[in-house]
Design a protein around this ligand. Structure first.
Ligand code: NCD
Length: 305
């Protein structure tokens, strides 16, 4: 039985295979409409979510399966003090596969150890978010035609942003990747991520504070929201939240083929006017997210169509 905790749980070949299946589902959804007949997905969300939870549920429904679960810790037995280990043992009796989001780093890993069914990490604290990474990778591959030889700017909350940490990990395995990390001093990448980058001979990176400086050279700009819920005090959040705002003026500094990604939800960091720019791919990214989750569910349930 396999779980998905970090993007590294899948080999580069498996990632490619998943993306190929997702493309095939997108091209011919009816072929897959009954692939998961009789199967049940549990969504165990201890932390708020719109996209990820609905995307998982939509993925299972479009495969012909069913879903059950909870959308906040308050409405589950966690409110009574039940451990994640016990909850997953119980859920294993009701479902065939589970997606878990938790505010504590490592909680889905604990669940996986006690689970009778495959567990997918749907975001654990400021740590990892592997299915968002699958979504990001397929969007880069489908718009740019490749994942190697890429200059990627990551902008915003690089300290707490788990989508950033997962995407860096995944991209480190491709050839000729260079990163520009754009953040205020207080929201720079955590040391453990810098160490991962340094132990990888294959990659180059630099850290800057000005978005304008990085824009002209990028193939991909990955914008992120300042992660309010992980701040210790509101004043710091208020001071940093509007540090970067990508607008049409700044987009003029970028190349005509640069794409803009964002895991969403957006707050102020991308002005709404940018949505009309053909380089803005964040809503396409959401759509890809459902197809790649369909492919992932099939893989973890060992179903071939
Ligand atoms: C992200 C998350 O939950 O980490 N959202 C998502 O799953 N698409 C990003 C965020 O909340 O800022």
């Amino acid at each position: 039985m396999r779980h998905l905790m970090t993007p590294l749980d899948l080999s580069v070949e498996e990632l490619d295979e998943l993306m190929d299946i997702a493309e095939d589902i997108k091209a011919d959804p009816s072929k897959y409409a009954h692939a998961c007949d009789g199967k049940v997905l549990a969504t165990l969300f201890y932390e708020p979510s719109t996209r990820t939870r609905l995307s998982f549920e939509a993925a299972m429904l479009h495969l012909g399966g069913k879903t059950l679960g909870f959308a906040d810790a308050g409405s589950s037995s966690a409110a009574k003090g039940e451990s994640v280990a016990d909850t997953i043992r119980v859920v294993s009796c009701f479902a065939d596969i589970a997606a878990m989001r938790h505010f504590k780093e490592g909680a889905p890993m604990v669940a996986a150890q006690f689970s009778g069914i495959p567990v997918i990490n749907a975001g654990d604290g400021g740590h990892q978010h592997p299915t968002q990474t699958l979504t990001d990778l397929i969007t880069i591959r489908s718009t740019k035609g490749r994942l190697s030889s890429m200059r990627i700017g990551m902008c915003g909350d690089l300290k707490f942003g788990r989508t950033v940490h997962s995407l860096i990990r995944a991209l480190l395995r491709y050839e000729n990747i260079s990163f520009v990390f754009i953040s205020p001093e207080e929201l720079k990448l955590p040391d453990y991520m810098i160490e991962e980058l340094n132990t990888h001979g294959n990659v180059s990176y630099r850290e800057v504070t000005r978005l304008e400086e990085a824009l002209p050279e990028l193939d991909v700009l990955y914008m992120t929201r300042v992660q309010r819920e992980r701040f210790f005090n509101e004043e710091d959040y208020v001071r940093l939240k509007d540090y970067y705002i990508l607008d049409s003026g700044k987009m003029m500094l970028a190349g005509k083929d640069m794409i803009v990604l964002h895991p969403l939800p957006r707050v102020n960091e991308i002005a709404v006017e940018v949505d009309r720019d053909p380089r803005a791919k964040y809503f396409e990214q959401v759509q890809n997210g459902m197809y790649i989750r369909m492919a992932l569910i099939l893989k973890l349930l060992d179903i071939t169509v």
